[in-house]
Design a protein around this ligand. Structure first.
Ligand SMILES: [Fe+2]
Length: 284
């Protein structure tokens, strides 16, 4: 399967529709949180009609809980697939996490122990999901606040193994790398040493919040602040090494206005141009 390259997009929010309709945006595409839209609604349908004709829409999911021990939820997948068909989503993504036990769904992206056994389990299920969805399926590295005692490999080795073994794709969230590195104590620069670069279909950029508690200083993946300098550095390197994949500025739409978010898109494009210019200079 190919990696469609869409340029630089942002998370779609209904509240931004009037500004989107004005047009002349730097934004190339929108990512839609599928879980909010699995029940058909007239309001959403008419909004998406406006977007659909002008911008590609890509579905991003949080509800699959692929690493859980419960069976894969094909009712959920059928709804996602129906929406993806309706919007012509070029790929679909979810997270390398768990969140279900029999009879309960936690609605959290809980981290998995980084073991070969778990990686094999997730890879097998990821392949089934991709075959079922009949389009590229990408898995995202989550932000982590605690590391499992059972882990035997680094997070990047774990994610790479899953993506390579299943022949699916990776959604690399460079802010999540920084957040997890701070909270669990690894060097964020180590993450990019060895990744399945040809299988990275998308990169997420986002901001985060620092919190000090009785247990120390933590970073929370809040999506409501500007992207941090170190995350931009990670982005530039990852975008270049992955062969210029699609980029998304993630936000929760609460503390940042649509122009604030577009400013992050402008910065991403500026870095992409710098990277292209450097590559041209090297080649000449
Ligand atoms: Fe993300």
């Amino acid at each position: 399967m190919k990696r469609p390259k869409l340029g630089t997009g942002v998370t779609f929010k209904m509240s931004h529709l009037p500004e989107i309709q004005k047009g002349a945006l730097l934004v190339d595409w929108f990512e839609l949180l599928a879980d909010h839209h699995l029940v058909p609604s007239k309001r959403l349908s008419s909004a998406l009609e406006v977007i659909k004709g002008t911008y590609p829409l890509v579905l991003h999911c949080t509800g699959l809980a692929i690493g859980s021990s419960t069976p894969l939820n094909f009712d959920y997948l059928a709804r996602v697939k129906r929406l993806a068909d309706e919007l012509d989503s070029p790929w679909i993504s979810d997270h390398i996490s768990w969140g279900q036990v029999p009879g309960a769904h936690f609605h959290d992206l809980l981290p998995l122990p980084h073991t070969k056994e778990v990686a094999e389990y997730v890879a097998e299920r990821a392949k089934i999901v991709q075959d079922y969805l009949e389009r590229p399926f990408a898995l995202e590295n989550v932000s982590v606040y605690v590391e499992a005692e059972e882990s035997q490999m680094s997070e990047w080795e774990f994610c790479s193994y899953i993506v390579e073994k299943s022949q699916t794709f990776m959604l690399l969230d460079v802010n999540n790398i920084y957040v997890s590195a701070h909270n669990t104590g690894f060097d964020y620069r180590d993450y990019l040493k060895d990744l399945p670069w040809n299988q990275i279909i998308e990169i997420h950029l986002a901001g985060h919040t620092e919190k000090t508690t009785d247990t120390g200083k933590w970073i929370v993946d809040s999506h409501n602040r500007p992207v941090r300098k170190e995350v931009w550095e990670l982005y530039k390197e990852a975008w270049t090494r992955a062969g210029q994949p699609s980029t998304l500025v993630e936000h929760n739409g609460i503390d940042q206005t649509f122009p604030d978010i577009c400013e992050e898109v402008r910065k991403a494009k500026e870095l992409q141009e710098e990277s292209n210019y450097a590559a041209t200079r090297l080649a000449s």
